[in-house]
Design a protein around this ligand. Structure first.
Ligand SMILES: [Zn+2]
Length: 262
């Protein structure tokens, strides 16, 4: 029995795109919501236009900076190998990581910075729980999460964002419509690189290094103490050696499902 429970827990961790270890505490008021009817949630896919050149797969690396610190293993590899990437930052993360922000801003040819929200609250306009985190719960709260993230970015000297990715990468369809109406494209992904930063280094490296032409990889750049980051950094080198063309989301055509980009 215990073994089954453990296996299920590991499976969940593997599938999750959330940095669970950094989940904000559950507000007391959210507890009764656990019994509320299930909201239909989607976790949209995103692909980019392929290069269609054999041996030169085109891949968009995306990193979430949810809260916590900056992962220097990943950041220094990106800078040293001159690998472009799209970084989704929250207002919370920006406040605590001025040095990493400075590196991003000093390398505008490498880093596109986009909106991961104000407080890392799932952008779902109905009350529910995702991995134990209370959703925004109303259209007004979704709007605040998105606008609060953007306001912190521009206040920090970052160009106004055009892409949004919510905490947990899950949404309900009405919230997708609301965020699209605010002028954003919504960033899904096609390869879950690090399982919410909870996977081991070897499996993370394998997952990311196996990305194919047209893939959008999600992983985390805010968990310097997790083994996953070591795997991410190694995979970057693996991909570079393979002749990968790295692009940012702003550089290419894209195709997202669930009406996230059309
Ligand atoms: Zn996040």
């Amino acid at each position: 029995m215990n073994r089954i429970l453990l296996a299920s827990a590991f499976l969940l961790a593997g599938l999750s795109t959330l940095c669970a270890a950094e989940a904000p505490p559950l507000p007391a008021a959210a507890a009764p919501l656990m019994k509320s009817p299930a909201v239909k949630l989607v976790e949209p896919h995103l692909h980019i236009a392929r290069s269609n050149i054999s041996g030169h797969a085109r891949i968009a690396l995306t990193f979430d900076a949810c809260m916590g610190q900056a992962d220097e293993r990943i950041l220094s590899t990106l800078v040293r190998a001159r690998i472009p990437a799209t970084i989704f930052v929250t207002a919370r993360w920006l406040k605590h990581n001025p040095a990493a922000l400075a590196v991003f801003l000093q390398n505008p040819d490498l880093f596109e910075l986009e909106n991961h929200g104000e407080n890392h609250i799932p952008a779902i306009d109905t009350p529910t729980l995702v991995y134990g985190i209370a959703s925004a719960g109303s259209p007004q709260a979704v709007k605040q999460e998105v606008e609060g993230g953007a306001a912190a970015m521009t206040a920090a000297g970052i160009p106004a964002p055009h892409w949004f990715r919510g905490s947990t990468a899950k949404y309900d369809l009405s919230a997708i419509g609301e965020i699209r109406a605010m002028g954003y494209r919504i960033a899904g992904y096609s390869v879950n690189g690090d399982g919410g930063s909870l996977l081991g280094a070897v499996i993370t490296e394998k997952r990311i290094a196996s990305a194919k032409d047209g893939d959008v990889v999600i992983s985390h750049i805010n968990q310097p103490t997790h083994a996953a980051g070591e795997g991410v950094a190694k995979a970057l080198v693996d991909l570079k050696m393979k002749g990968t063309e790295f692009v940012r989301l702003e550089d290419v055509e894209d195709m997202g499902d669930d009406k996230t980009t059309e």
